[in-house]
Write a protein that binds this ligand. Structure first.
Ligand SMILES: C[S@@+](CC[C@H](N)C(=O)[O-])C[C@H]1O[C@@H](n2cnc3c(N)ncnc32)[C@H](O)[C@@H]1O
Length: 282
């Protein structure tokens, strides 16, 4: 378990929102994830939920860091393929290196749109706007289940040329969207609008490797007000329908093009419980 610096009880006390608007009545996925990454943007409700989850799945903090390390490798990969436009959907709170820092380290002119459905995430987005002058970043609210609205806003903001390839990241977000909201359909509609040469990268929790544990995880999440829907490998694979998976395909996240020094070592797939993969639109 990592050593967490005690988090402030009121990380948003300097912003013009009342307590209810900050959502301190229940745990939020972005703040829970922030806690697992050792961040300070979380409240007592989030830390209570995090500790309940860690009792069932002690490796959950490690899985969060594996997920982040996967993002770094996937973004570097897309930038090295020549992609210069990145859309990060379900951004969460900043944790350096953020996606634009990784992309702009490969090519300074990369442009990045960060989007999240949780307005609290946007309150803390300053670091995400710290683009290299050659590139550009934007932050916006958007819901993965409404890709048409998202792309209309992206076009309005004039950050991207949607006629050119975009690398879309859906990292650790789709397991927060239940089947009732038809996430497969939404991702398909999003990909349909992208230019050939675009990439879709996603990471997604799975219950397939440890079903009893994940039944307990989803129950604890529900008790704390978070909808979680882990999916099987084949259900996750369906998000890539019509796309060409990049080698090594959809694999436990720490096995996707591992690099020395990228993320925690000495893991097995049951601990990680997270599939990751990237595919290209031809
Ligand atoms: C676990 S965090 C992942 C952060 C980041 N993508 C990463 O992998 O490091 C999940 C984020 O997805 C956001 N989210 C949840 N449902 C969403 C939706 N329907 N549309 C967009 N974002 C969503 C949450 O607010 C949260 O910030």
């Amino acid at each position: 378990m990592s050593d967490h610096t005690p988090a402030s009880e009121s990380p948003g006390s300097d912003v013009p929102y009342g307590q209810d608007a900050l959502g301190q009545d229940r745990a939020h996925s972005a703040r829970l994830y922030d806690y697992f990454l050792g961040g300070k943007t979380n409240y007592t409700v989030d830390r209570d939920a995090a500790r309940d989850l860690m009792r069932i799945l002690p490796a959950i903090e490690t899985a969060a860091r594996v997920n982040r390390a996967y993002m770094h490798r996937a973004v570097r990969y897309a930038a090295r393929q020549g992609v210069r436009q990145f859309l990060d959907l379900g951004t969460g709170f900043p944790h350096s290196p953020n996606l634009h820092e990784v992309a702009q380290a490969v090519a300074a002119d990369c442009r990045v749109v960060y989007a999240d459905t949780d307005p609290i995430v946007l309150v803390y987005a300053d670091e995400l706007l710290d683009s290299r002058p050659e590139g550009r970043t934007r932050v916006m609210t958007a819901d993965v289940t409404r890709p048409e609205e998202l792309l209309a806003t992206v076009a309005e903001e004039d950050v991207f040329d949607l006629g050119r390839p975009v690398a879309v990241s859906l990292h650790a977000v789709l397991h927060l969207v239940p089947d009732a909201e038809q996430p497969h359909d939404a991702v398909g509609r999003l990909v349909d609008q992208l230019a050939p040469g675009s990439y879709l990268s996603l990471s997604h929790c799975t219950g397939g490797l440890s079903p009893a544990t994940w039944r307990a995880v989803t129950e604890v999440c529900a008790r704390h007000g978070i909808v979680a829907q882990p999916r099987s490998r084949s259900q996750i694979r369906r998000f890539f329908s019509g796309l060409q998976l990049v080698e090594p395909g959809l694999v436990p996240a720490h096995r996707w093009r591992p690099e020395a020094g990228s993320g925690p070592g000495l893991l097995n797939s049951e601990q990680v419980c997270l599939y990751a993969g990237m595919a290209r639109k031809t």
